[in-house]
Design a protein around this ligand. Sequence first.
Ligand SMILES: Cc1cc2nc3c(=O)[nH]c(=O)nc-3n(C[C@H](O)[C@H](O)[C@H](O)COP(=O)(O)O)c2cc1C
Length: 322
Amino acid sequence: MKTKITEMLGIKHPIICGGMLWLCKPDLCAAISNAGGLGNITAGNYDTGEELQAALRKTKALTDQPFGVNITLLPSFRITQETYDDYFRVCCEEKVAAIEVSGAPAKRYLDQVHEAGIKIFHKVGSLRHALNIEKLGYDGIFAAGIEEGGHPLNDDVTTMVLTPRIAESVKIPVVTTGGIADGRGLAAALALGAEGVMMATRFINTKECIVHENIKQEIINRQEQDTTLICKTLNLQGRALKNELTQKVLDIEAEGKDLERIFPLITGQRVKDAWNNGDVNGAAFMVGQSIGLIKDVLSCQELMDGMVKDAEAILRRNLERF
Ligand SMILES: Cc1cc2nc3c(=O)[nH]c(=O)nc-3n(C[C@H](O)[C@H](O)[C@H](O)COP(=O)(O)O)c2cc1C
């Protein structure tokens, strides 16, 4: 399957892994890239540029295929402006294939990134943001619908509508994300005008993703209605698994914006611990509605080969209808 994205990034499958704090580390990243997609190292996993650099070098030792880095430019207690500068510097030094930016536009870094020969994409949840990103000179857009795990924009537009709206309005390639987990989603994304898909939630249920088996099983057991949007009242909504903890957050939010009670419940450390110890009620696990489509744990190779094969069969079958 050849698209503008496979050609631009030199990858076999038009499938990209989205940034996942605590999960997108060298082993998973290399497994995805070795299987023909674009793996992801999430910079926020590392407290310094040096630590990120070590992770990039470790990934290079595991794969000779292209991979990307997610840099989430949101106000953070943990990551300073200096560290963000270091993240970009290190990516340029290591010449990663692509950078996925989310949050604020990476205006001040664009020239530096392009001079290093790196492709830079921004994840957006609205047409107006996509138009701005194109104007700034980015190489492509990740169009993220409200179905996605993580922090969908509070415009609340679905992948189904956002993808064609952006694809018809910009000239740079669009990759769709939010709710994609199988070959049907890939075929649909191409039909909607995208050049590929980005997935994150589906990659949690792969053999190479280092989360506790309890969580993988919980994702299999749960259905599409089992996610919720927390922290809307803080203006940073996050789509997470419905569980005891997210219900507690929603209850506190309903009583008013009590940051002192909410923050301890949503700390990064709590999520990090729970991914590892398998306490399915212990944290706000960012997962998307695509959990309804996830029925197993596959290797990255099995997952992506199967998706492309299914998408090709679907597209062919539909051509035969005419
Ligand atoms: C566990 C998890 C952690 C995530 N962490 C980040 C992050 O740190 N930065 C970011 O830009 N997006 C993050 N995301 C969003 C994904 O990169 C991606 O946009 C989204 O999950 C795609 O939709 P899907 O969940 O339906 O596959 C995260 C998603 C998940 C599931």
